[in-house]
Structure formats: C-alpha cells, structure tokens
Design a binder for this molecule. Structure first.
Ligand SMILES: [Zn+2]
Length: 503
C-alpha cells in the first residue's frame, strides 16, 4: 500500500517541492523516516501516529517506510507533519483526494489539531507558482496569506476538519479575513527645529539612495532625524511588499497579524550578537539586515558593534543579500537596505561641539577619528556633521519643510534617475558603477578644476572622487538640472568633511 502527497522544503527564502511517500507492508511493526531530515522532522512520526489515532482513525501496527524526496535537500521545520499524516491515510485508504495536485503544510499536535508553522508565505507562493490546485494550511497561519486573496488556499484546524473539506464537493469560498495593514506612522521632519544641514543630508540620502554617516554629539538629534527617513522615501511597490512580508513570515514577526506595507526602520542595539544582526542560528532565521530589507538600517554608535557584524556588513552592502552557510547547504536572505550609521565625534562626544567641552587628549581624538575611517565607512557616500542645537535656534529657529514636501522633491529626483538609467542595470545615483561615472556625472565648466584641487589638497583616492560626483549628481537631480552645476559640486564637498582631515 502506497500513499503520496506534496509539500515544500524551505531553506532561507528558497523553497523546493518535496514528495512524501508512505509504504505500508506486513511485518514487524516499525516506522522509518528517510530523506536528509533535521531533528524536528525525524520526531514527526511520534506526533503523526497519536494525532491520527486521536482523530478517531485507524493506524495499524505494520511496517511503515516514509520517504521525503529529494534526499539531497535538507528538510527543516515542523510543517511536514500534515503531509506525512495525509500520505499515511492515503496509503490506508482513509482519504481519497479529488484534486490531483494538492500541497499540505502544518504541524500536528497529539490530539490531531493543526498548528501554526514558520515561514508559510514563501512556501505557499512557490506552490501557487508551481500550479498546485489546492493548498491546505493551518488556520492559525491564515492571516499571513489572506492578503493574496486566493480561494485555493484552504485553512484547516484539525485532521477531522481536513477530511471534511477534502470530501466535501461544495466549493469552499475564500474566507473573508480582514487584513490588518501596519498602522505605523513615521514622524515628520517639520517637527525638527533648525538642523537644516542634517535634513538636507537625509533628502540627498533618500533621493539618490546613498548610505549615510552621521557624526555629532549626544543629543544632537541623530536618531530623531534617522527615524523620520522612511517618511520621505518612495512608497513600496507591490513585489517589494511581498518580499518584505515573506521575510517577516519566516522571522515570525507577523504574529501580530499585520501585513507590512511601509518601509521598515530597524535599530539593532550595539550589543546585539552577530547572529541577530546578520542572521543564522539553529533555525537559520533572518537577521536585522534582512528585516531592514527595502527600508532603513540605523546603527547608532556603530563603532561599538561587534567587529564580525561590521565586517559582514561590508559584503552585504555590495551584494544586497546575505549568505548563511550550513552543513547541508546555504541559506540566502535578501538584505537591500539603506544604511544610516551614527557616531559621536570623539570618545567623550564633544569634540568641535559648540558649547561643549571635549575632555579627550589630541592623541585620543586622532585615534577615534582614524577608527571612523574604516572599510565600512569607505562604502558610505554621505558624511553629515550634526551640530548640537542651541537654545536660540530651538525657540526661534526656522521650521523645516514637511516630510510631504521633501518627499515630493525626492520623487521627482527618483523619476529623473529612472528615466536616465532606463537602459542600465541600476536605477539610482548611488549605484553608478565607476566606469560610468564620467558618462553620467558631467560637470559644468570650471567644476573639474575645483574637484581636482580638492582631490590634490586632500590626497583623495578615485573612489572618494566618484562618491563626490555621485552626490553632486543627486544634488543636481534634486534641483532638476541636467548638468552638475558648481553649486551642486560644492554642496557635495560639504558632505565629505572626513576627507579633509589628515590623520
Ligand atoms: Zn572628546
């Protein structure tokens, strides 16, 4: 007697079809499960038997072999229980599937109830794309897929409920489930008094998708500024929303039953382990860098982060995804975020601060500033100096533009870039490759001389020169100018102040 069902294996974001076969023969009673299984899948047989018996069905004591194919892919997670149970029931003749292609996902408890599983969304999407006619999932997971509005995804609460639904001839209507969209409301730049240079920095950052380094004394409003960045970024596109929710479905952050529609803003603490920042662990979960996908990763006091996290970040920034190596494969998570790193200007935090007294020695300051010029900051375009706000500008200072107004400018600049790079593999200024900088960053006459002098005076590398030109390009786009004017270039030089320091 043979029974066969389908489910999916998941490693990182990649899902593969798994064929579950059950063979029941006469012989000494035993259950053997094969197919490169992790501990929780091996334990599955201990759950499936009582779950079937406690659902009032028969489970004869016979020789049973369960195989999960292909044997080459590792099977992790508890969602195989349901497909194994159905394959057993099919082998015993207790279930008759009317549709040909059905996929099952769900963990069983001993009483036969079907429980919540991790990462349902990427697996269900893969099953839909592969043409499965019906997909049975735990009722407790339904909110994660209800946004897809597919009536071939059927929520089930127990084995008995599943059998009822499999046997029912009537079409099961799409369960109307109120999707709760995230109600995150990001604060407005309008609420910040003064700090014009910082707000301008964030505008450039959002317009050209430039990573950013903020340097300023404690309490200068670095966090306040960064947390408002999502409010001026372009809205997410449908496929981006889906990708973010896939990651959150795996991280199981969506357990608060919300569908994420806004750009995430993640602020890991500097004491976080590199697993928490980069991802991994026994369950191979996505880290903060993936939870910040398509959003902002804000690292406050970034020099205090573990050095292995910072080192890993360097590669992730370039590749825009993270590879987590395992004994039996490699998990990949997307990690395309905008990095905003913040730091004090010196160890005590008050170097060159108006009204503050720095207690560091010159040697300490030099050491600290040298640390600021590390391989990670080398991948950051914008360097923004944030000053402590004094009482006068706090009470009488100018109000900033509202986020809505800034966003309008950002969107115009983004559209200019999209049009300009329509035949390229990139779409924003921060991604112009070195060999194309001269094509796309044409300077107004006289501009080249200024840039040359700046480079010679400060002994800059070609890499730094390209960064300046990319920022200048964004400045020109924000001003809707085709040519990079001298004023755009000078403004860009202001945002490279660390280059001026000979340390
Ligand atoms: Zn100091």
């Amino acid at each position: 007697m043979l029974g066969k069902t389908y489910t999916y294996s998941r490693l990182g974001m990649y899902c593969n079809i798994v064929e579950v076969e059950v063979d029941i023969k006469k012989g000494l009673p035993s259950i053997m499960v094969t197919g490169l299984l992790s501990q929780e899948v091996k334990e599955s047989k201990e759950r499936v038997r009582p779950a079937i018996l406690n659902s009032g069905l028969d489970f004869p004591l016979k020789r049973m072999t369960i195989n999960l194919a292909p044997a080459e892919t590792i099977k992790m997670g508890s969602h195989y229980d349901l497909s194994i149970a159905v394959a057993v029931l099919k082998a015993l003749g207790a279930i008759d599937e009317k549709d040909k292609r059905i996929a099952y996902f769900g963990e069983l408890n001993l009483s036969g109830e079907i429980k919540w599983i991790r990462g349902i969304l990427p697996m269900v999407l893969e099953a839909i794309n592969s043409g499965f006619e019906k997909i049975y999932i735990p009722e407790e997971n339904y909110y994660e897929v209800s946004y897809l509005k597919k009536d071939n995804i059927i929520p089930v609460s127990s084995i008995s409920d599943l059998i009822d639904k499999l046997n029912s001839d009537t079409h099961i209507n799409f369960l109307e489930y109120k999707v709760k969209e995230d109600n995150i409301k990001y604060d407005d730049y309008e609420d910040i008094m003064g700090q014009q240079e910082m707000v301008d920095g964030f505008t450039i950052c959002a317009a050209g998708n430039h990573n950013m380094l903020l340097i300023g004394p404690p309490g200068a409003g670095k966090t306040m500024g960064a947390s408002r960045l999502p409010s001026i970024m372009p809205d997410l596109m449908e496929e981006e929303i889906l990708e973010i929710n896939k990651i959150y479905s795996i991280a199981s952050f969506s357990q608060n039953e919300q569908w994420i529609t806004k750009r995430p803003f993640r602020t890991p603490h500097n004491s976080a382990s590199s697993r928490a920042v980069i991802g991994g662990g026994i369950k191979v979960l996505p880290g903060e860098i993936s939870l910040a996908h398509k959003g902002i990763l804000f690292l406050d006091e970034f020099l205090e982060f573990r050095s292995d996290s910072l080192q890993a970040l360097r590669t992730v920034i370039e590749k825009k995804e993270v590879y987590i190596s395992l004994r039996n494969g490699c998990a990949v998570y997307p990690a395309d975020f905008l990095l905003v790193a913040a730091s004090n200007p010196c160890h005590c935090g008050f170097y060159e601060t108006e009204g503050g007294i720095c207690s560091c020695s010159m040697a300490e300051i030099k050491k600290y500033r040298r640390k600021l010029k590390n391989p990670l900051t080398d991948r950051i375009d914008l360097q923004v100096k944030v000053e402590r706000i004094n009482f006068k500008s706090l009470t009488q200072g100018q109000k900033n533009q509202s986020s809505k107004e800034i966003k309008k400018k950002v969107l115009i600049a983004r559209n200019i870039q999209k049009e300009r790079y329509k035949n390229e593999k990139f779409s924003v200024n921060s991604q112009i490759p070195p060999e194309k900088v001269s094509t796309y960053c044409r300077l107004e006459s006289g501009g080249a001389k200024i840039l040359e002098k700046f480079m010679e005076d400060n002994l800059l590398t070609a890499r730094a020169c390209h960064k300046i030109l990319r920022i200048a390009r964004t400045n020109a786009d924000l001003a809707e100018s085709d040519l990079i004017r001298i004023s755009d270039l000078e403004k860009a030089l202001k945002y490279r102040f660390l280059d001026l320091e000979a340390l």
